[in-house]
Design a protein around this ligand. Structure first.
Ligand code: NDP
Length: 354
């Protein structure tokens, strides 16, 4: 068996010293009352960086435990089901595909699931024409985040309003921008390369986008691409762009704070400090943060209707979704580093086996 074990808390970009690839024996069968799973796909998400922290620091997510494998949303095949206890009662059968709605799939090729954790795994009902990996992306947590963040937190949306989204070609950003178009908004994206500019404008129908690595002054970029001012900013990155938006938002503008990835690898005392905070009252801005996990836990009905809406748009071809699939457990750490430095092109998914 091979696993990615959490060995050390990183203070910057995580490396193989912090996340180490280790071998062990493959379990022969399910533990009593439990399951034996084979991991097919794992989602790599920026929030995993926040789980690599001092466990005394409490946040919305559980800190990873040193010496244990990483875990996240994943898709596994059931290899063995114990004939007793929770596993037998679960109705799961050998060969079923299961997801883990609460991010318990471990970063290992074969995963024994003890009886008390069987309830964390749910059978995936495959849909014709829908790639399995979409359950980790547009039909999974990132899709819920994009829809809930834009429509419920950032709304009510009005046709003709201007939406700016950062990390616009990523898992969440690409959906946010396309949803904005569905609501009749003018959509502008900020991305990290010319290729990503091309993708969001030519493939996804964004009205404009800029590469912040080439056009480095966010004030000038906003003046150039959004001369009318910003009604809604969907913030995935924080830092200097978010600061510039305070000054360039329209009066009564709304800012949805989804994430601040530009600051995730920087210690708190060295993070970018906002200079335009006074614009929040001068421009009567509304700033709202949210955590999709809250909605997943407390509002299953909302989540069900979001997934239904998004699945409908996917089925009707109204929305596209780009994935970046990296094969092999040995490429886990470099793929995660790439996610935190903008190397991914679309939703990053790890493929561990067929
Ligand atoms: P993405 O697929 O967008 O991948 C991350 C992207 O962030 C990179 O491709 C890169 O795009 C951009 N990025 C990386 N480093 C920097 C940097 N230093 N400055 C600016 N941009 C950077 O990831 P997701 O769509 O999964 O996540 C997007 C955001 O949404 C994250 O902040 C994440 O934490 C947040 N999130 C929040 C949730 C919530 O419940 N609030 C739930 C899910 C995600 P580029 O090359 O364009 O810069």
């Amino acid at each position: 068996n091979k696993s990615i074990i959490y060995r050390e808390i990183p203070d910057g970009l995580p490396t193989s010293t912090h996340l180490s690839l280790e071998s062990s024996t493959i379990p022969a069968s399910a533990p009593a009352g439990g399951l034996l799973l084979q991991t097919l796909y794992l989602s790599l998400d920026p929030y995993l960086r926040g789980r690599m922290r001092d466990p005394e620091t409490k946040t919305y997510s559980e800190a990873y435990v040193l010496g244990e494998p990483l875990s996240n949303f994943g898709i596994s095949r059931v290899l063995d089901v114990s004939s007793t206890g929770a596993a037998a009662a679960s109705g799961l059968k050998k060969g079923d595909l299961v997801g883990s709605p609460f991010a318990k799939t471990q970063f290992r090729l074969y995963q024994p699931v003890p009886e008390e954790q069987v309830a964390h795994y749910a059978k995936i009902e495959e849909k014709a024409g829908v790639p399995l990996t979409y359950f980790l992306g547009i039909l999974g947590m990132p899709g819920m985040t994009a829809y809930h963040g834009l429509v419920n937190v950032g709304g009510p949306l009005k046709a003709g309003e201007t939406l700016l989204v950062s990390a616009a070609s990523g898992a969440v950003g690409q959906i946010v921008g396309q949803l904005g178009k569905q609501f009749g908004m003018r959509v502008v994206g900020s991305v990290g390369s010319d290729e990503k500019v091309k993708y969001v404008t030519e493939e996804l129908g964004f009205d404009a986008a800029w590469n912040y690595n080439a056009e480095k002054d966010p004030y000038a970029a906003i003046d150039k691409y959004i001369p009318e001012g910003i009604d809604v900013y969907f913030d995935n990155v924080g830092g200097p762009l978010a600061d510039a938006v305070f000054l360039k938002a329209k009066v009564n503008g709304r800012i949805v704070v989804c994430g601040t990835i530009s600051q995730y690898n920087t210690p708190r005392e060295q993070q970018y400090g906002m200079k335009n905070y006074m614009e929040v009252f001068q421009r009567r801005l509304t700033i709202k943060g949210f955590i999709i996990l809250d909605t997943m836990i407390n509002e299953p009905g909302t989540i069900q209707s979001i997934v239904g809406s998004v699945a409908g748009m996917v089925g009707e071809g109204k929305i596209k979704f780009k994935e970046d699939v990296v094969e092999g457990i040995e490429n886990t750490v470099s793929a995660f580093q790439g996610l935190l430095t903008g190397k991914n092109n679309g939703k990053l998914v790890l493929k561990y086996s067929d």
